[in-house]
Design a protein around this ligand. Sequence first.
Ligand code: LLP
Length: 391
Amino acid sequence: AKKWGTPLYVYSAGRLLKNFHDFDQAFRAVPHLICYALKANSNLSLARILSHEGAGTDIVSAGELFRALKAGFPPSKIVFSGVGKTRDEMRAAIQKKILMFNVESLEELDTLNDVARSMKAVASVALRVNPEVEADTHHHITTGTPENKFGIRKKFIFDAYRAAGRMKNIRALGLQAHIGSQITSVKPFVQLVKTLLTLTESLANQGINLRYLDIGGGLGITYRDEKPPSPFDLARALEPQLIGRNMTLLFEPGRFLVGNAGILLTRVLYRKHSGKKTFVIVDAAMNDLARPALYDAYHHIAPVKRARRASKIVDIVGPVCESGDYLARGRRIPFPEQGELLAVENAGAYGFAMSSQYNSRPRAAEVIVHGNRQMLARKRETLEDLIRGEK
Ligand code: LLP
């Protein structure tokens, strides 16, 4: 913080590598590819650590394709998700020869076929099915139920594969689903895999043989007192269904890989009492870390220096001009001094990636530590960055 200023995102390369290797090791008995969900944290240096370890990536836009390639992911390990890919985005991804598009509607399939035809190419696809499995998580981040915009309805999936089969510029190679995020039990995953395998078996009976089974991301982490399964627990629960199948398993984890590999460092600006509450005003705000304001998400916040002092129940808030701008509410913490550093924990996923310049606040810097080395992975934005492109 002294060197780079605050607010500052700090990532641990060691933790990131451990998370990746744990996941990879856990599923060593089945052919698989881990396609890191780049949306969780798309910092180039961070992503490069994963590409270097052999990970693939799951992208959702032309912007993420651009980043993925810069970060060294080979196109043969890139899958492209999302309900609203544009023709331009399809063209860019076909040109780079990515592994697969995860297609979410018949109209999208049609359009992809058309774009591929215009390029005299064949686009490989997995169809994303809405498996109608409850993920048991926050309603903003559940995706596998009929309430959600994602995927193709189960009862239409056979028609969709038959349609794909008739398209000259489409090759259907896989089946994909993603049921939600921050899932803290194995049950929904077991149910998901069962549903997906029933589908692939029925498809095989109709002569449609798929090579890839992509079960999406969603494995949760501990923010407060959740006890999510480890990748080893997950593998143990899923393996009986998966072993001996002639399919490559794809995963799209985001949060699990980067979530607990990052903290947000922030400095205490002021303390004050409102008559009802005690506020600790810090220099990080909802524009830096949106999750508390957006989802009422819990992030543990701890003083960086462990000093002995009385604890107090406080609201930890940022400088943004909204009452909803908070990092913690009604939280008991050792009452910090003015100027003291606080660490907002488990901020590596959907932290910087969802940050904005709201209130014309330049975005934070990002630093990666590896053992006793550190590197600036993204400079703090300047005032000039705020007005780039404006007239
Ligand atoms: N695959 C697809 C198709 C996805 O939509 C997502 C996340 C993932 C993989 C990665 O999911 P993960 O392993 O990270 O759970 N901003 C929210 C989370 C949104 C998740 C969006 N999709 C949050 O901060 O909690």
